[in-house]
Design a protein around this ligand. Structure first.
Ligand SMILES: [Zn+2]
Length: 317
């Protein structure tokens, strides 16, 4: 069902709309667009299940994903939050994140002999370290290669590290690291209450922003800390980025803070870091060397990375 009311501030007036993906492909390949249109009917997907071998082909999977992640982005011009005008079905997302999102090439069988950390991980750690008391009980949702957790476990004592990750390829890797995979999807508050929850470029993949952050609040114990990093969807973002897949929510400083405060968090620190979107595009075109630390972490009011650290100072409402 089409949606037009902002889920963050409930504004339903004066909202702007952007295409989710550019139309370039329509011009280059109209047949692809036609197939994608047909695939977007739930009945087509159900019928396809009966054709032997069909579901396992790469082309089928690509078309299915492409049909699912489509539509328009509505941007609220009160709080600036962006959201899709259609909901994605659970089974589409499940298939996509359990296998297709990661592919086989990202599989990491062995632990790194000498751990190497991306500049982003170091920047996130610097941003959050003064707010977290160690040793503590940690959860990361959507860790993938788990670089942040490996870094954290070498820097500090942690009582336990739990993870929630839909990607099938990481299961054995987490076992070797002694990280406990508690489930694949975060759809309700966890039974264990954590001291620290880390989410990096995960929240923008979740369809219900307020409900998700409320569930994060309920998964922390009193005094617990949440870290969130998402792409900073400022004015420049909408003019420069033309393909948004597979993101379904688009946050800016104002809307991210608004949701956190709405569910009861106290925002301790929030800011944007790294190159701007126009610097990022220029770099991609010219493929010059870039200073990775600067690219991810330079304090910049128009930076591509939006970071927030917030406290649960009160019990659940
Ligand atoms: Zn709004």
């Amino acid at each position: 069902m089409p949606r037009d009311t902002c889920p963050v501030c409930h504004n339903s007036n004066s909202i702007a709309s952007y295409r989710y993906n550019s139309r370039q492909r329509l011009i280059k390949n109209p047949l692809y667009y036609l197939a994608k249109g047909i695939m977007s009917f739930p009945s087509t997907l159900r019928m396809m299940k009966f054709i032997p071998g069909m579901q396992d082909t790469k082309r089928f999977k690509r078309l299915k994903t492409s049909a699912a992640f489509s539509g328009n982005i509505i941007r609220c011009n009160n709080c600036g939050f962006g959201f899709l005008d259609k909901s994605l079905r659970y089974e589409e997302l499940e298939d996509y994140y359990s296998f297709e999102y990661w592919g086989e090439e990202r599989r990491r069988e062995d632990l790194p002999a000498i751990p190497e950390y991306s500049a982003r991980v170091v920047g996130q750690y610097d941003f959050v370290k003064d707010y977290v008391q160690f040793p503590c009980q940690v959860l990361e949702i959507g860790p993938g290669e788990a670089e942040f957790l490996i870094f954290l476990s070498l820097e500090h004592d942690t009582k336990a590290i739990d993870v929630i990750e839909p990607g099938d390829i990481w299961e054995d890797f987490y076992k070797k690291l002694c990280f406990c995979l508690i489930c694949k999807y975060f759809s309700k508050p966890t039974r264990t209450k954590y001291d620290y929850i880390h989410t990096s470029h995960w929240l923008e993949h979740q369809q219900c922003p307020v409900e998700t952050i409320r569930n994060l609040f309920s998964s922390l114990r009193k005094g617990g800390v949440l870290f969130v990093e998402v792409p900073n969807c400022n004015e420049e973002y909408y003019h420069i980025v033309s393909n948004h897949r597979p993101h379904v929510c688009f946050y800016n400083l104002r809307s991210l803070r608004l949701i956190a405060e709405k569910v009861g968090f106290t925002v301790k620190n929030i800011g944007t870091f790294g190159f701007s979107w126009s610097e990022d595009r220029k770099w991609r075109k010219e493929e010059d060397d870039r200073d990775e630390f600067d690219y991810q972490n330079r304090p910049n009011s128009e930076g591509i990375n939006l970071r927030m650290v917030c406290f649960k100072e009160k019990e659940d409402r």
